[in-house]
Design a protein around this ligand. Structure first.
Ligand code: C2O
Ligand code: CU
Ligand code: CU
Length: 490
């Protein structure tokens, strides 16, 4: 197997079969989970002001081997920014890199000039200081590089971090919310190291097509992470911050977890699930019951999301490559060790009322067809590859629309829309899973699937400055599976 792939693929590591694969359930070692520093900014003249400085850093992905990285106020990744709904924020972003960079506030509804997409390039040595009102519901959002054709490598090097938005609605519920104690961000990312243990960003055809998938798993930059819990109920805010890998999360021992929030905040009520699928860009918040005092693990599988396109028994297009596409065996994401005297805590039965999902509100339907072309040579939406000078959609402000996302390729894609929180109407006519009963900004579209979204843009901004919609597999985005829209007067 893998003969066809051998010549094309430069990945030095072979994971699932590999002895030392840290995806394996019995990988050695345990490290305390790193918790990103909490940064609440400083309130100055009615604005909450954050100072962020992007710079080159270093990290030892394996002890003793230093890799160059990118970080925000840190050598790798960055602080969790905490803000409140309704307040104004200003973010001073200094680019200390030798390259251009951008910082996008993923999940936020804001003026296009503050969005941080490819048009808001920050040149080396320059400062960018966007300001906006936080209109988001309380949830986990994130910020990351959105450099034109360079998002994949910059996020991979570390230019990504969480944002917590809090609000009164959520504060009124008795949910675990002590940062780093019972309310924990988990940035889940996979990485490839070369033979010497240095961070490697593979740029072969396989990586371009499937997206870069590593065989080592890090949570907040920690490998084999362990968390010592001091409470009986733990709130995990999971962000799939990987470039391309999808995960199916579950708890060891088949214990159920309660989903309480999706990308855009609280669901109507907790939903008990045994597994939870997240594609790059997606988030979910779960509550884990530790009242029995037994250690448990958050585990995941990462099944092939390409319908065997790159492998499978038929050999696939490029030969079988079990190593970095399929992870059918559950591997550990995080070990949780409860202390015995954890106080019990009740789970609320209702969370947040959401407006009824009413597709008949929509005054028009727009269709978006995702495709990859032959051998990934035609990453496109509606037949067009990203062009900074082309605005494909002009969407009237204030009108409900249905966006119909269809997948013409053989691989699943997470479709993300800027400046929006939408609702998922259906998938090929069927009711969406529990996580998709709330607000979302990124949604998986499986091969041969059509997903219908209901959305509305509440404010129009600069008619010449577009927002993006794109696949959140970063190598697909960089290769052109992205388009631009503006919100115009109706
Ligand atoms: Cu998280 Cu346009 O990106
Ligand atoms: Cu975004
Ligand atoms: Cu894609």
């Amino acid at each position: 197997a893998g003969t066809a792939a051998a010549g094309l693929v430069a990945l030095p590591l072979s994971a699932c079969e590999a002895q030392n694969s840290l995806f394996s359930a019995d990988g050695a070692g345990a490290n305390p989970l790193a918790i990103p520093e909490l940064n609440q900014g400083i309130v100055e003249q009615g604005e909450r002001v954050f100072r962020l400085s992007i710079s080159a850093g270093q990290k030892e992905f394996v002890p003793g081997v230093v890799s160059p990285t990118i970080g925000i106020n840190a050598p790798y990744l960055g602080p969790t920014l905490e803000m409140r709904r309704g307040e104004r924020v200003r973010l001073h972003v200094d680019n200390g890199l030798d390259d251009g960079a951008t910082v996008h506030w993923h999940g936020f509804e804001l003026p296009a000039a503050a969005d941080g997409g490819p048009h808001q390039l920050i040149r080396p040595g320059a400062r960018w200081s966007p300001s906006f009102e936080v209109r988001q519901r309380a949830s986990l959002y994130w910020y990351h590089s959105h450099l034109h054709r360079g998002t994949g490598p910059q996020v991979y090097a570390g230019l990504a971090a969480p944002i917590y938005v809090r609000d009164d609605e959520e504060d009124a519920l008795d949910l675990p919310s002590e940062y780093g104690v019972d309310d924990i961000p988990l940035i889940v990312q996979d990485r490839v190291l070369d033979n010497s243990g240095k961070l490697l960003y593979p740029q072969n055809m396989h990586a371009q097509m499937m997206g870069v998938r590593g065989d080592r798993l890090y949570v907040n930059g920690t490998q084999n992470a362990v968390f010592d819990a001091r409470t009986g109920l733990l709130r995990l805010r999971i962000l799939n911050g990987s470039n391309a890998r999808f995960y199916d999360f579950s708890l060891s021992g088949g214990q159920t977890m309660q989903i309480i929030a999706s990308d855009g905040g609280l669901l109507e009520r907790p939903r008990a699930v045994r597994s939870l699928r997240l594609a790059p860009g997606e988030r979910a918040q779960i509550l884990v019951d530790l009242s029995e005092g037994r250690p448990l693990s958050l585990v995941a599988t990462s099944p092939d999301n390409s319908m065997g396109m790159m492998g499978g028994d038929g050999g696939g297009m490029m030969g079988r490559r079990r190593d970095d596409t399929e992870m059918d065996e559950p591997f550990r994401v995080l070990d949780i060790r409860p202390s015995d005297s954890s106080p019990q805590r009740k789970l609320p039965s209702q969370l947040a009322p959401l407006p009824a999902l009413d597709p008949s509100l929509a005054v028009r339907t727009r269709r978006f067809v995702l495709d990859m072309g032959m051998m990934g040579g035609g990453m496109s939406i509606n037949g067009a590859s990203m062009d900074m000078n082309v605005i494909s959609e002009r969407v009237p402000v204030g009108q409900w629309e249905i966006w119909e996302i269809a997948n013409a390729s053989m691989m699943a894609h997470p479709f993300h829309i800027h400046n929006a929180q939408f609702r998922v109407i259906d998938r090929n006519g069927r009711t969406p899973p529990p996580l998709e009963t709330g607000y979302k900004d990124t949604v998986i579209v499986d091969p041969r699937e059509q997903v219908r979204l209901l959305l509305r843009f509440e404010e129009h901004t600069d008619p010449d400055l577009p927002y993006m919609y794109h696949c959140h597999i970063l190598e697909h985005e960089d290769a052109g599976m992205m388009g631009q829209f503006v919100v115009v007067d109706s």
